[in-house]
Write a protein that binds this ligand. Structure first.
Ligand code: SF4
Length: 264
């Protein structure tokens, strides 16, 4: 059998990752058009219906009425883009704008009866993408999510997407508190360990860190998260909370950090 040359090394790992993301984005867009186009909606309009319906049904921010700005943040688009799509949905009789009961100057979005029916047929996430993620082994999802968090954070810093409500920028997040590969982190709000697989990109309870004295800056929180260190030597257990697992020693953390580092 003729000997083959080694596969071409004309692309860096980074370029291959971007090529993979481009394929996912293509399927994402095609699935969105297929799901919404037959009903006379653009993917953006369909996604807004799903988001507003999700909020109405108790989604991530169900405690707060949702206006155009909140929709834009949730979709990571500009307010102008969301506003245009909302206007089209209002014209189509699928969405209604009404004054916020708690702030008469603010406007919140509600679905009309027809909008609710449309939303029932609309998923915020294309089924094909959800199926592909579901098909991944559990062990591959957590590192993928961790890497995506780093990417979203970088894009946020560069002003490419609106600020997300992520664990890695939350005052309640305590990275690397435990020597527990599955759940090394701690959420002070729920008082429980969480793992990379539990990292949130849009948590309704998130409160930005660094705004009050005594909370770490976002940069410091990110640094310790990436480097596999705890934030301090006291940790969430200082209030006497029972903790599963053993607090990580510095040397063990350092070893784990070298194998789990994420670049952004
Ligand atoms: S409150 Fe939400 S965003 Fe903050 S650490 Fe807990 S799960 Fe993460």
């Amino acid at each position: 059998m003729p000997r083959r040359d080694a596969p071409s090394a004309d692309q860096t790992t980074g370029q291959r990752i971007v090529a993979g993301l481009a394929k996912v984005a293509l399927v994402f867009r095609q699935a969105q058009w297929a799901a919404s186009g037959g009903r006379g909606l653009t993917p953006t309009q369909a996604q807004i219906l799903a988001i507003v319906a999700g909020e109405a049904a108790g989604g991530a921010a169900s405690h707060a009425p949702m206006g155009v700005k909140a929709v834009a943040e949730r979709m990571a688009v500009t307010v102008a883009t969301a506003s245009e799509a909302v206007g089209a949905l209002v014209d189509k009789g699928l969405l209604r704008k009404k004054a916020d009961e708690s702030d008469g100057r603010a406007v919140v979005l509600t679905l009309t009866a027809r909008g609710r029916r449309e939303a029932a047929n609309t998923s915020e996430w294309p089924v094909a993408i959800v199926a592909a993620v579901d098909a991944m082994p559990e062990s591959e999802r957590a590192p993928l999510l961790r890497g995506l968090v780093g990417m979203v954070r970088t894009m946020q810093e560069r002003g490419l997407v609106p600020t997300s409500r992520m664990c890695v920028e939350c005052r309640y997040f305590r990275p690397n508190e435990y020597c527990n590969e599955a759940r090394p982190h701690h959420c002070l709000l729920i008082g429980a360990p969480i793992g990379d697989a539990d990292l949130r990109l849009d948590c309704a309870e998130m409160e930005p860190t660094g705004k009050d004295a005594g909370t770490p800056t976002p940069a410091r929180l990110w640094e310790v998260f990436v480097n596999g260190q705890p934030l301090d030597q006291h940790g969430p257990g200082r209030e006497g909370r029972a903790r599963p697992g053993v607090r990580a020693s510095h040397s063990r953390r350092a070893g784990r950090a070298s194998s789990k580092g994420v670049s952004s």
